[in-house]
Design a protein around this ligand. Structure first.
Ligand SMILES: Nc1ncnc2c1ncn2[C@@H]1O[C@H](COP(=O)(O)OP(=O)(O)O)[C@@H](O)[C@H]1O
Ligand SMILES: [Mg+2]
Length: 277
């Protein structure tokens, strides 16, 4: 494994200076340990600019989930600073920063007894007052956007009115994507969003995520353990190994040697049933 990160940003070393862009995400020195073992995150530093598809690639236990959960403000860090769209993530700013984030989880995270459409509308909850939530009185624009998003992710009207538990894995993941988009996030976080899907459905869901999210002008940070899917969909790959960034560059720079160093063995592909997350 290379000790230092492999940086491979074509065009960033040329003579013409690249003007600064408003950062979408800045992570600086993120460190997190659980108990006495080695840290789950060890001084992780990187920045993201919209609207790229960035894949966090790494084997089981490399720290992908911990990093995404830290960015979503779901776990406290021992050290480090996170900025989302220019605003530092602190206990005081958590609710306003969260409005800039959308997140899809590996297990879809849907409420089974609600319909697909109700699940999507529930994604707007952080933006609504409690009386509206109490009476499920979603504003007209939320209802309108729900219909548009469900159509965008390819669900029919009949499927939109089905209970989440009656939908297939691929359909449920589409609902999860629509729900994460309803709040018009600047940054879309996805933790192994296709780990439970067969390879063909997985590729379809990632393609949809890429087109739907980038059409909304948001950036994507998506964890995967399948190298082939990462290379197919990512603009940029950040490789994690034992809580550290061990690679950072475009898919073309992800050589077999880098993959072997990252995984410590031959790279996992997206074979059905392979779930190393
Ligand atoms: N809640 C937790 N309690 C104890 N250890 C944890 C917890 N969450 C993660 N870890 C440990 O942190 C490391 C990184 O885990 P994780 O972020 O889940 O990796 P990945 O998502 O890449 O599989 C692993 O060693 C894991 O065992
Ligand atoms: Mg994980």
């Amino acid at each position: 494994m290379p000790d230092a990160p492999v940086h491979a940003h074509p065009g960033r070393t040329g003579a013409v200076p690249i003007p600064p862009r408003a950062g979408l995400l800045a992570c600086d020195g993120l460190t997190k340990s659980f108990g006495a073992g080695p840290p789950a995150l060890d001084n992780v530093t990187f920045t993201l600019d919209a609207p790229q598809f960035t894949v966090l690639l790494g084997s089981s236990g490399s720290g992908k989930t911990t990093l995404l959960r830290a960015i979503a403000g779901l776990i406290p860090l021992e050290a480090g600073r996170i900025e989302i769209a220019g605003e530092a993530l602190t206990p005081a700013s958590l609710s306003s920063v969260r409005r800039r984030l959308g997140m899809v989880h590996q297990d879809f995270g849907l409420a089974d007894r609600l319909t697909a459409a109700q699940n999507v509308m529930a994604g707007a909850a952080v933006h609504l007052s409690w009386p509206r939530l109490l009476f499920q009185a979603y504003p007209r624009d939320v209802r309108r956007r729900t219909c548009r998003l469900l159509a965008e992710v390819g669900l029919t009207e009949i499927q939109a009115n089905r209970k989440a538990r009656e939908l297939s894995g691929g359909q449920r993941q589409r609902v999860g994507i629509a729900r994460a988009l309803i709040g018009q996030p600047r940054l879309f976080l996805a933790d192994e969003p296709v780990a439970n899907l067969d390879p063909q459905t997985a590729a379809g869901v990632l393609a949809l995520m890429r087109s739907a999210v980038t059409a909304h002008g948001a950036g994507i940070l998506c964890s995967l353990h399948q190298t082939d899917l990462a290379c197919q969909f990512a603009d940029r790959i950040i490789g994690l190994k034992a809580g550290r960034i061990a690679f950072d560059g475009p898919p073309t720079a992800l050589t077999p040697e880098v993959v072997a160093a990252l995984f410590g063995h031959s790279a996992p592909a997206s074979a059905a049933g392979s779930d190393l997350s």
